[in-house]
Design a protein around this ligand. Structure first.
Ligand SMILES: [Fe+2]
Length: 184
């Protein structure tokens, strides 16, 4: 029986930051094009978006640092568009997230700080094998666009490797439905 990420999220971990980041969210919606098969050059588009967000981050230092701190990470909703949802997460030092899956489309951009992403391959409904690790720093982004309508896409865990980190996310559905895994 699979368990969803929402079962372990603390109530006080999710906040509404739509007012402070409304225009960041409008720009973030540009990443939806990465989910479209019409995109000829997803890598160039992804790089362009990352460059735009890096520039934006300069003017958002104050609201970013005003986001709530949590003993793991705070999840700050910055906007919704139908089922699409954008977040900025503020991470503390030495945090390791659960191993979890995602909706079919997921976009991550590191605004500030450094994180390591450990990627996993599910071997059944509950367990996954680690396959690789990617170090990400400010300005780096990744996206995943899968066919599965389940929430077992892009299975990973995030570890902070700096004292704090801020990450920007766009998902095609509520990421709290993401499937939880144990390391095999
Ligand atoms: Fe994730």
């Amino acid at each position: 029986m699979c368990i969803a990420l929402k079962s372990i999220l603390a109530d006080q971990q999710t906040y509404d930051a739509r007012d402070a980041f409304a225009d960041v969210f409008q720009q973030l919606l540009g990443a939806k094009a990465l989910a479209s098969n019409d995109t000829d050059a997803p890598c160039q588009l992804s790089q362009q978006l990352a460059d735009d967000f890096s520039q934006l981050a300069q003017s958002y230092r104050e609201p970013l640092h005003a986001l709530p701190e949590h003993d793991t990470y705070s999840r700050n909703i910055i906007g919704t568009d139908d089922k699409w949802i954008g977040f900025i997460c503020r991470w503390g030092a030495n945090v390791t997230s659960s191993i979890h899956g995602h909706p079919p489309f997921a976009y991550y951009h590191v605004i500030d700080g450094e994180v390591a992403m450990d990627f996993y391959r599910p071997i059944n409904d509950c367990e996954a094998l680690k396959t690789s690790t990617t170090e990400m720093r400010a300005g780096d982004s990744i996206f995943s666009n899968n066919k599965s309508n389940q929430f077992d896409n892009l299975v990973h865990r995030v570890r902070t490797t700096s004292t704090t980190a801020f990450t920007l996310h766009l998902y095609s559905d509520n990421p709290a439905k993401g499937q939880l895994f144990k390391a095999a």
